[in-house]
Design a protein around this ligand. Sequence first.
Ligand code: NG1
Ligand code: ZN
Length: 532
Amino acid sequence: MAHFEEVCKQSDLHPKPAGLVLQYGTAGFRTSANKLDHIMFRMGLLATLRSKKTKATIGVMVTASHNPEEDNGVKLIDPMGEMLTSSWEDYATQLANTDQNELVKTLKDIIEKEAIDMSQEANVYVGKDTRSSSSSLSQAVLDGVKALGGHSKDYGLVTTPQMHYMVCCQNTRGKYGEATVEGYYCKLSQAFSQLAKNASNRTDDQKHLSVDGANGIGAIKVREMESHLKNHMQLSVFNDGSRGKLNHQCGADFVKVQQTLPRAGIKINPGDRCCSFDGDADRIVYYYTDSQGDFHLLDGDKIATLISTFLKELLNEAGLDLKIAVVQTAYANGSSTHYLENTMKVIVKCTKTGVKHLHHAAQEFDIGVYFEANGHGTVLFSDGAEEKIQQLANDTNINDERKKAAFLLQNTINIINQTVGDAISDMLLIEAILAIKGMTVQQWDAIYSDLPNRQLKVKVSDRRVIDTTDSERRAVTPAGLQEAIDDLVKKYEKARSFVRPSGTEDVVRVYAEADTQESADALAHEVSLAVY
Ligand code: NG1
Ligand code: ZN
């Protein structure tokens, strides 16, 4: 019982502001940093319970990703490095909103409902991004773990995907890799150098990449990674946090939504291959400018296409019959879906927005490539697929072509962070593919042409009045809204539009695409008026 007394005592040091109600959403809790101290302490408590329940190490990451520097947030990571299971999201919300004097009762309710053995040991890994608020907030998480008698390990400054990786490594007893940042760099850089061996005569230009670190943790970590890559890659890191503000006019979200170069801190020449990370380095987008100065974006859809093409070719060469699929959301550009289904002839699945939905859908296939258009994504290999690839790589009776394909597949598995989208890991995979295929960023871009599109945000009094179906592609409420959108869409060529309430901001998002940018802009504007 001593723990509950300690929880009471400690929770007084992390008081809940009166009347504040927050919900554990698709990205965990996310709001202004000054409202989050009690949430962090309580998530330390919840992570401890989750660890006791699963008899495994649980992760807690303090970050608000691409949100402004003033915000912060927290996410729990389940034993295999995946997002917290949905049924526990409700416990997170209950714990967050319960009054100070009801906290122990709420904890006891969860313990009883889940039949948690409180004598079980608990282990929690904690990491944080570079926000100025992150240090004290991650300390509050550690306080919560300690109050309930759990053990914690503070990884300090890490990217979100590094945190997911550590948790998975720990719980698979090293099978996935070593649960250290150094172990992460070693695994990925070794795989990269193996893959790079298969790229002939790379010039310095081909090895060079400009990276916009969004003034966040990704800038620090990609430099650490570079020192492990020896002379295989030459990075110019912009927006490394030395001057600019986190995510301000830079980073993957800015580049994707504004469809323009980072406005701050980057100097590049026409044709240079560039990429932007987001604030916690789980998203990446690529881009370049042409000789006319026009901007070309290669977003999550183009990344999924490049990776799935590469994998499909390797499977053919290896003679392996494995089912590969690409998982997208409603935000995927119509051209990408058309290309994947009709030219590449791979299975394409559409899910609701939010990584956990894509991740689960991708698990249904031998190889599931999932990417949100905003650049968050990874590739999942089923145990069976990994075994078949392993067996083939060890088979001494196959020809050289099959052997090479199996070797490349093996190292592709090792370079990928299968726990979650990872900007650094995705960057290395993309660079390896371009190098092996001898492809320029312009040739990659030319695989298909994006339909012009526009994303807008609309502030409404209550975004929850909009309910959607068909993977969020159609609105069922309020009455008449979908019919109004359908009528607007009919006015334009190759047009598509949908609206959905954001899970991370108090806005309704509007998406439109059409044959010209003017039409996409006009359609998005008209649909946003219909939302009011
Ligand atoms: P919301 O705010 O629900 O649209 C955004 C992204 C998601 C996902 C989450 C979590 C878009 C349109 N939406 O969600 O894809 O990344 O943030 O960070 O990019
Ligand atoms: Zn992020």
